[in-house]
Design a protein around this ligand. Structure first.
Ligand code: BDR
Ligand code: CA
Length: 308
């Protein structure tokens, strides 16, 4: 399958990128840059530096939309580091855009049709604009990381971080995307990477960088969630579900996002006002996904070390 990742790169976005590159069933045709953990520019620079590290510098990165006045929150900087990648040294200074992300999404939908899957793992502003402009894109398969249906949010009791960046756009996305699976905190908080597992990647340039990033992310998780043994694998789980939908059990609901009031940013099933339904993941096969994720990254890092 052809895949487009919409990333706010971010440590777990970096994991998603590596997992997509490592996965034999996925051909990553491009990255669109969004915001959240970092600005669009910082995220694109991080993505390009990581693509270089992972031996795929030719994959194009497209500039997505942002919102006026966006600033990285204190919590994001604490969790992902001021540069978004745990302050590891990957020389992510400058971003070169291959073009406009909305145009790339629309052109890819026309070109690849049902072979394409779009996986947004940050703020959904760009995707909403593209869906508003293009009907073909509405029928494309999508798997989004974001939201929380049966568990509390992580930026407020109601809201998950990606949805809370731009609740209006996310509401548009879930109203227009006709083939959408939501992979939210309901399932991603069950998939965890421990320090020992991340340290098993060490021994190559890329493996060391990813183990360092994971270490930083796990430190932040232990401050915020002392009951957890590691960090959550939010964004890579969305990639895994795109490759293997059977990894999750879903409720099928007309999903909407609250755009005002005390529950702003909440994802909720609500029948009035829409006839588009979303598959919302509420159960996940942790024992299949987590070892596969660790293993595929280890194999990728091993192959890269041998080819240098
Ligand atoms: C989501 O928010 C971001 O911090 C992560 O990269 C992930 O996409 C988790 O709520
Ligand atoms: Ca993300």
């Amino acid at each position: 399958m052809k895949m487009i990742l919409d990333l706010d790169t971010g440590i777990d976005d970096a994991f998603a990128l590596a997992y997509a590159i490592a996965h034999p069933d996925i051909e990553l045709i491009g990255i669109t840059g969004t915001y959240g953990n970092v600005t669009v520019e910082q995220g694109m620079a991080n993505t390009q530096a990581l693509l270089e590290l992972l031996g795929q510098p030719e994959i194009p990165v497209y500039a997505g939309a942002t919102v006026a006045g966006f600033e990285v929150s204190e919590a994001s900087a604490r969790i992902h580091g001021a540069d978004g990648v745990g302050n590891v040294d990957i020389a992510a200074e400058k971003a070169d855009s291959a073009g406009d992300a909305v145009e790339f999404l629309i052109a890819s939908a026309a070109k690849y049709g049902e072979d394409l899957v779009v996986v947004p793992t940050g703020a959904q502003t760009t995707l909403a604009r593209a869906l508003e402009q293009d009907e073909t894109l509405r029928s494309i398969r999508m798997v989004s990381m974001g939201g929380a249906l049966t568990v509390p949010g992580n930026v407020s009791p109601a809201a998950e971080a990606n949805i809370s960046q731009d609740p209006h756009s996310s509401n548009t996305v879930y109203q227009l995307a006709e083939d959408m699976t939501m992979v939210g905190l309901d399932v991603t908080m069950q998939t965890q990477l421990t320090r020992a597992e991340a340290d098993s990647w060490r021994g190559s340039a890329a493996g060391d960088v990813f183990a360092d990033m994971a270490g930083d992310y796990i430190d932040a998780y232990q401050d915020n969630n002392p009951h957890m043994e590691g960090c959550a694998l939010h964004d890579p789980l969305a990639v895994a579900v795109a490759a293997d939908p059977d990894l999750v059990d879903c409720l099928i609901l007309p999903l909407q996002v609250d755009t005002e009031g005390p529950t702003i940013g909440r994802t909720i099933g609500r029948w009035e006002g829409t006839d588009v339904e979303t598959r919302v993941a509420v159960g996940v096969d942790v024992d299949t996904f987590v070892p596969d994720f660790i293993d595929k990254l280890a194999q990728l890092f091993g192959r890269l070390a041998q080819s240098r």
